[in-house]
Design a protein around this ligand. Structure first.
Ligand code: ZN
Ligand code: ZN
Length: 267
């Protein structure tokens, strides 16, 4: 069997029975539910689930599970003239999902923002012809299913094909990463932010957390540093980790405003 953590969706190495614990949910940022660690399998997950594919703007397609599972995020496919990149991950590989991604051309790489979304990345890489999985090295201890396609990168930025750039912002996780796509939003630029930069209901702001489920904030100096790291990058839109989490325009100001308000609230 392939054990899958029922709380975060992380896949584990094939085994006769599931392991005792999930390193991602044991971490203080996540949680083990009342009643203890629970496991499922890809077959169980596939039962009664379909894939929700949506085209969000030219060059950006999303694929999520319906009904959603665990943290409920969806993956994104960014298309560029130089090749396509899959951003973030979902806990299950489906034929429908793979077709939706492959239809748009070969995938050069898969990049994942942080361990909460590592989920089924190894199986997706296999389904996409062995696409390399780019993860920040600072979070290497959270890889629950080691795989030869995983490539750890170090430093604060990694250039990808099509002028895409992975930016390590840290914060929520030491290796917390966002993806800058200059061709998005009609050339005004898009930041794919996972939950490293969090889209909140008031779209004039963003927020930041060390732990979302357990409501643990980040220190002010970290938020100041993260906002400063985004200053040189041009973007008008932020696309977060869920369908509804999008700032369609004015996102750069939302980052400035959000960081400033956060620091003020902590003072
Ligand atoms: Zn877990
Ligand atoms: Zn997270």
């Amino acid at each position: 069997m392939t054990p899958v953590c029922a709380t975060c969706g992380a896949w584990f190495p094939d085994a006769a029975k599931p392991p005792q614990r999930c390193a991602i949910c044991d971490d203080e940022r996540q949680y083990v539910p009342d009643g203890g660690q629970r496991w499922t399998t890809p077959d169980e997950l596939a039962e009664g689930r379909s894939t929700d594919v949506r085209d969000l703007e030219p060059g950006l397609r999303g694929a999520g599970l319906d009904p959603s599972f665990a943290i409920g995020q969806r993956l994104l496919l960014v298309e560029t003239p130089a090749g396509n990149v899959v951003w973030d991950m979902i806990p299950l590989v489906t034929d429908e999902g793979v077709r939706a991604i492959r239809d748009r051309g070969p995938v050069q790489a898969i990049a994942v923002s942080h361990p909460h979304f590592y989920s089924a990345m190894s199986a997706w890489s296999e389904a996409l012809g062995g696409a390399p999985i780019l993860l920040h090295a600072a979070d290497r201890d959270f890889v629950t299913r080691p795989h030869p396609a995983i490539e750890h990168w170090d430093g604060d930025a990694l250039e990808l094909p099509g002028q895409l750039t992975l930016l390590r912002l840290g914060g929520h996780f030491e290796g917390g990463t966002v993806l800058h796509w200059p061709g998005g939003a009609d050339g005004l630029g898009v930041l794919l932010s996972g939950d490293v930069v969090m889209v909140v209901p008031d779209r004039r702001y963003v927020s930041f957390m060390w732990s979302y489920p357990n409501l643990v904030p980040l220190p002010a100096h970290e938020v100041v540093r993260m906002a400063a790291a985004l200053e040189p990058w041009q973007f008008d839109r932020i696309v977060g980790a869920w369908w509804t989490h999008v700032i369609r325009a004015g996102a750069k100001d939302a980052v400035r405003r959000g960081a400033e308000r956060y620091v003020r609230a902590l003072a």
